[in-house]
Design a protein around this ligand. Structure first.
Ligand code: ADP
Ligand code: ZN
Ligand code: ZN
Length: 831
């Protein structure tokens, strides 16, 4: 048996660590036992299995990457325990992780941590051990000494004595005791223990122990409440009722309710606590019955996908289907075919909480065969789903970005819905793109990939045009429904004609009024939260900025606060200018909160709902509003881009866009593409029922091509134009880009590092690689950090990768901390 193993640990260091496998001394053998659901303690690690190892003063779970007999230079520590008898990551997923680590320049251990949602199985706990100083203190006090005497009360001194005595009694003080144990035995408070740590009598450590992932403890609603409820009880009952009658017990703290609320309701037999495996049910969404058969276009696309799947060869297809063309029905039929063939499939969606109807549909179609991984799952539930998939009980996996790592066997198909959505890119290490990883995984597995969108990412459409992907078109809406007619209103004209700066054009007001009279519904988009975007002093011209970011604070009227949308900083609304004390403080610009208020003012009789991140706190909120719209209980829905995503509400016949084009001014080469996508998506919400839809698009840039092509539903036209610009500017798809961001709370440090990196790039001068910068990042200060960046472009991904690799090495040599330099390969945002 090999003597050593290399372990990838979830630490920000770009290396693996070598540990000894067998023959640990008794002192380092853990005294707690490990049990992982679905396995028994094993003794021999294999590549891909998790092990628990000591690392500095921590115990960490890592993944074994190799077994060997080469003794490392420094004495290797022993592994503490093997957590899996079968590898947690099979060879395919191990290779995928290694590729991600290489391509995105991320530490392998951090990649594996992202791939394995099993953190809940390894519990972290504080532990304490007695120090030599502590033993001396204990000793002298036992002999009547005075070192335990201090300003503390006699009771505290007694407790300190018991803590020292307790720890001293443990295995000759060699072994740390869990905090819970110490506190139970001595009644010591955490504050007292931490005080003893400061006096260096005891030392704190962290321990990790595997624990069983037990079925979730959940609260189940038993019956309608009769009799009086207090406010807390009512909150809990209402929340339960709105969530389909079941919630994890942990949710109590999220609702800020005391445990006694639950206990009271249990006593009255209104609810009970049950243990059950994580549910798939996540939606109280009402489903429209589906009794159609696929259209000829849909059937053709499905046939293509089925052939790709049965060939068992790697392929990528791109479905370019206009909004309302029935893409979801095609996905579901393809998934069903995979299931019937006894194989597995993964469906990636951008944000499952935002498409409750699709989730409900999936559940109705596949029931127990599907695992739905959504953001509402607790860590334990997530682990439970992982094991269900691993055991082959769930062969259809639906989830966001990280579901691409689901441990399915016999993978046949990965579908990436709304493949252009930026949420597929993870904005922390590892900075992978879910769609691109899906393609790589399928390539290794000989599986088919289907990308779907009404507005494919330029890169994807380019690949399709180049013949790398099969292009499948759905040109028509289902049942020959027309795409909505779009009318562009030039708001500069509107100002000239009315002499007033209005939020709503006369056209939009007239169209909304008509809808209300006819009992139809309308959606109005303004892609900005809050009430006023800028707070400005008329006297000195100062805008009120965030303390931590170079960003204007947004006024939120309902909360009566100024908020930073980037870091969460908030402050009171100033009555006078913070700089010159003038009282002429002005609130400028409009967000969705003001939009709602103005709509109420303009149409007092209408029932108005609003969707944005301020009104949607939990998943329940989102569904409630959409259900109300679908049920005809609302006339108008206003909101941010949340209202633009895939909803299918048949009563909506009008979409108004009052603010979407300020994004065009962002210093980002994807600004036009993002605007085109948003406008197309939101326009696509109109006219999905029997009555044709209409769109009123208010803009200050009517001549801009993103607006023009969106108004004509002309994706291909937009693509051609945008492609020319990208080619001219050497941007994707013609090059690969990486963003190298330098950041520090200290301005001089940020400048110093940026300068050093700049000189290194200068000297290196790699052929075929353009380096722009250093320049101040468009968000020049964010979350207290000053930010500078370099944008790298290259036609060769290998060259880009090797340069970044060399840079990382250089940073390590110069001891520039990893925290200060962020490397983002295929960056979606250069802000
Ligand atoms: P997309 O995602 O392409 O915008 P959806 O998948 O949301 O479109 O489908 C739009 C609507 O059309 C849904 O209500 C769906 O149930 C319905 N639908 C799908 N296919 C058909 C069909 N062949 N005939 C009638 N209705 C259909
Ligand atoms: Zn001022
Ligand atoms: Zn901020």
């Amino acid at each position: 048996m090999p003597e050593f193993c290399d372990v990838a640990l979830p630490v920000p260091l770009d290396t693996t660590f070598t540990y000894r496998i067998a023959g640990g001394s008794p002192a380092s053998t853990p005294t707690f036992t490990y049990r992982i659901a679905g396995g028994s303690p094993a003794s021999t690690p294999v590549r891909g299995s998790r092990v628990l190892v000591p690392f500095r003063n921590l115990r960490l779970a890592g993944v074994v990457t190799a077994l060997h007999d080469r003794a490392p230079k420094v004495a290797a520590k022993n592994i503490l325990s093997v957590l899996d008898d079968e590898p947690a990551l099979d060879e395919g997923l191990m290779r995928l992780g290694e590729w991600i680590s290489h391509y995105y320049l991320a530490p392998l251990g951090e990649v594996f941590r992202t791939m394995l949602p099993l953190a809940a199985e390894v519990r972290r706990a504080r532990a304490y051990r007695i120090t030599t100083a502590g033993q001396e203190a204990l000793h002298s006090s036992a002999h009547g000494g005075s070192s335990l005497r201090s300003r503390r009360t006699p009771a505290e001194q007694m407790t300190e004595y018991s803590v020292l005595d307790y720890l001293n009694g443990r295995a000759g003080a060699n072994e740390a005791a869990r905090e819970a144990g110490v506190r139970a035995a001595t009644k010591a408070s955490r504050r007292l223990l931490e005080g003893m740590v400061r006096k260096k009598w005891i030392a704190r450590e962290e321990t990790a122990a595997a624990c069983d992932v037990r079925p979730q403890r959940r609260i189940a609603l038993l019956r309608e409440a009769t009799g009086k409820l207090n406010a807390n009880q009512k909150t809990l009952i209402d929340t339960l009722a709105a969530s389909g009658g079941r919630l994890p017990v942990e949710m109590l703290s999220g609702l800020e309710l005391p445990k006694s609320t639950l206990a009271g309701l249990v006593r009255r037999k209104l609810v009970e606590i049950i243990e059950e495996a994580a549910p798939f049910s996540l939606s109280g969404m009402t489903l429209r019955p589906e009794d159609f058969s696929l259209s000829a276009e849909q059937r053709a696309v499905l046939k293509h996908i089925e052939a790709a799947v049965t060939s068992k060869k790697f392929s990528v297809s791109l479905i370019h289907g206009v909004t309302g063309s029935g893409k979801t029905a095609v996905y579901l039929a393809a998934l069903q075919a995979v299931l019937d063939a006894g194989r597995s499939a993964i469906l990636l969606v951008p944000e499952i909480g935002l498409t409750p109807a699709a989730a409900a549909r999936l559940q109705a179609t596949f029931g127990e065969q599907a695992a739905i991984l959504h953001s509402g799952l607790t860590a334990g539930e997530r682990a439970g789903q992982w094991h269900r998939i691993r055991r082959g009980e769930a062969r259809i996996v639906v989830g966001t970005r990280s579901a691409v790592f689901a441990p399915v066997t016999n993978l046949a198909l990965i579908v990436v819905d709304e493949e252009q959505d930026p949420s597929y890119k993870q904005e922390e290490t590892p900075r992978y793109h879910g769609r691109d990883v899906a393609i790589l995984r399928a390539k290794h597995a000989g599986a088919a990939v289907v990308l779907g969108s009404a507005t494919p990412a330029l890169e994807s459409f380019y690949n399709a045009r180049q013949g790398k992907y099969a292009l499948l078109e759905l040109r028509e809406r289902v049942e020959q429904r027309p795409l909505p007619e779009v009318e562009v209103v030039d708001m500069r004209e509107e100002f000239r004609a009315t002499g007033e700066d209005q939020l709503f054009s006369r056209k939009l007001v007239a169209e909304v009024r008509e809808r209300l009279e006819r009992g139809e519904q309308a959606m109005i988009l303004l892609n900005r939260r809050g009430y006023s975007a800028v707070v400005l002093c008329r006297a000195c011209g100062e805008t009120v900025e965030c303390q931590n970011c170079a960003i204007a604070l947004t006024h939120h009227k309902g909360r009566n606060r100024l908020l930073c949308h980037y870091c969460g900083y908030q402050q009171a609304v100033p009555e006078a200018c913070p700089k010159c004390a003038s009282e002429h403080v002005q609130f400028l610009g409009t967000g969705s909160e003001k939009l709602e208020e103005r709509i109420h003012g303009a149409f007092p009789q209408a029932r108005v709902g609003r969707l944005d991140r301020d009104t949607v706190r939990g998943r329940g909120d989102f569904e409630r509003v959409l259900n109300a719209l679908d049920a005809g209980e609302l006339d108008l829905l206003v909101g941010t881009q949340m209202i633009a995503k895939g909803h299918d509400i048949h009563g909506v016949t009008l979409v108004g866009v009052v603010g979407a084009d300020f994004a065009l001014g962002f210093p980002d080469f994807r600004a036009a593409e993002r605007t085109f996508q948003l406008l197309t998506q939101v326009a696509g919400r109109a006219g999905r029922g029997t009555v044709p839809g209409r769109v009123v698009l208010q803009t200050y840039h009517p001549e801009h091509y993103a607006i023009q092509f969106a108004a004509r539903h002309d994706y291909a036209g937009f693509y051609e134009k945008e492609l020319r610009y990208r080619k001219w500017m050497h941007y994707p798809p013609f090059t690969a880009v990486a963003n190298v961001l330098v950041r520090s709370e200290k301005l001089e440090e940020a400048l110093g590092y940026a300068g050093a990196i700049g000189r290194w790039f200068e000297k290196r001068r790699a052929p075929g690689l353009r380096v722009l910068g250093p320049s101040a990042a468009p968000l020049s200060r964010l979350k207290r950090d000053y930010r500078y960046h370099f944008v790298l472009k290259s036609e060769s991904r290998e060259r880009l990768n090797s340069t970044l690799r060399a840079l990382q090495q250089r940073l390590a040599e110069q001891k520039i901390p990893g925290r200060n330099v962020v490397v983002d390969v295929d960056a979606l945002s250069l802000l």
